[in-house]
Every structure is written in structure tokens, then in C-alpha cells.
Design a protein. Structure first.
Length: 213
């Protein structure tokens, strides 16, 4: 299966504190991935009946023990996406990367703290950023406004409470950068031609939509 073809470029959204303050995620300008039942992938029949944190972390560790092998080599940064991130972060010097994986889109020119729930990804982190293990944005162990900016790339579908996760990101950073795919763009992804079943994966069917956030 070929791996050299680039994927679709995501939508980028960035808000500075002067325009973001006192706005709820529902009022954000931008396009969001329209999906439903985002919490089903983690064994939840509703957001209030989600699995305990320990179960979630253990489940993620088991999954990434297999799919995370060789991740830094197989999943290299897309320069088009990287340019979007650099532009969106602007002059931010301290950055929190939520759901950091192996740190593909972290800059060595900034002071970065990476939050990642899986031990496999933490062990493969490659940028020299400080790594912190946490379930996700719902439980960030930082003081309010600790960072100039927070970054999240394709991470919302891993959360159990999208609203709490976005609120947690808002609390610890002065502005936020969120990258996401439009459904039409995902359908054009080259992998679909070889692995149509990927559209039924929890990362696709469980991604939050505009009504959820």
C-alpha cells in the first residue's frame, strides 16, 4: 500500500483572546466535521455515563501498542499542514499540544508541553518537548492562562466530553488553534481507494460534529 501520497489539507481555525473571549464553541466561525454519537466509541451511551479514566487510558495503551509501532516513521508531518499551524500560532512562544502523538507538528523554536494519553506515543516523542500523560483536554493539570496558545490536531474524536475538553483548552491558553477535516475532504483521502472500511473506524464515525461542540 503506498504511503507517499499526501492527505487532504484540513480546515484551520484560530482565535486570539480579544475576539474569542466570552464566546461559546457553538458560535465559532469555521467549518466543523459533522458527525454524531461521538461518545459511543468509548463505551458510553451518553456523555454522563462514560468509562472511568483508568479504563480509557488502559484501552488507549492497548490499542497503540499495536498501531503505534513505528509511528514517527510512518506518520510524517505534511508541510502544508505545518504551514497552517505555524501561521495560526503566530508569535506564541509557549504552546500546549493536546493529543500530541509523536510530536510531528511541534516546533523546536517554541517552548512546547505535549499532553498525550498513551505511553507508546510518549516513548516515541521526538521533539524534545516536555511530555505529560493525561486522559485528554478534560483533565489538563495546568493553571489558567499558563500558555500563549494551545494546539490540537485531529484529537477531538479521542475525547469523552468534547465540551469539557474545549473548555479545558480555553482555560489554560490565551488562544487556541484547532485543525479538522471536512467530510468531503475525508472522502477524497487516497487511503479510501485501498481501504474503504477506514470510513467505518471509530476515529471517523465517532468524531464530534458542530452540534456536539
Amino acid at each position: 500500500m503506498p504511503t507517499s501520497q499526501p492527505g487532504p489539507v484540513p480546515t484551520t481555525w484560530s482565535k486570539r483572546p480579544s475576539t474569542y473571549r466570552n464566546k461559546t464553541p457553538r458560535g465559532l466561525q469555521g467549518r466543523w466535521l459533522r458527525r454524531r454519537n461521538w461518545y459511543v466509541g468509548w463505551g458510553c451511551s451518553s456523555p454522563s455515563r462514560c468509562l472511568p479514566v483508568e479504563v480509557i487510558l488502559n484501552t488507549l495503551d492497548q490499542v497503540y501498542e499495536s498501531i503505534g509501532v513505528g509511528y514517527p516513521v510512518a506518520r510524517r508531518p505534511d508541510p502544508r499542514i505545518n504551514r497552517l499551524i505555524v501561521d495560526a500560532l503566530g508569535d506564541a512562544r509557549t504552546v500546549l499540544n493536546v493529543g500530541a502523538d509523536a510530536g510531528n507538528y511541534e516546533s523546536s523554536e517554541r517552548s512546547v508541553v505535549a499532553v498525550e494519553p498513551t505511553l507508546k506515543m510518549i516513548a516515541q516523542h521526538k521533539t524534545g518537548a516536555s511530555c505529560c500523560r493525561a486522559r485528554g483536554a478534560e483533565a489538563l493539570p495546568f493553571r489558567d492562562q499558563s500558555f500563549d496558545a494551545a494546539l490540537g490536531t485531529f484529537t477531538l474524536h479521542h475525547g469523552t466530553d468534547v465540551s469539557a475538553g474545549l473548555q479545558g483548552i480555553r482555560q489554560v491558553a490565551k488562544w487556541q488553534v484547532i485543525l479538522l477535516f471536512e467530510p468531503a475532504e475525508s472522502l477524497k483521502f487516497w487511503l479510501v481507494e485501498y481501504f474503504l472500511e477506514c470510513l467505518a473506524l471509530p476515529s471517523e464515525t465517532g468524531a464530534p460534529g458542530i452540534d456536539d461542540v
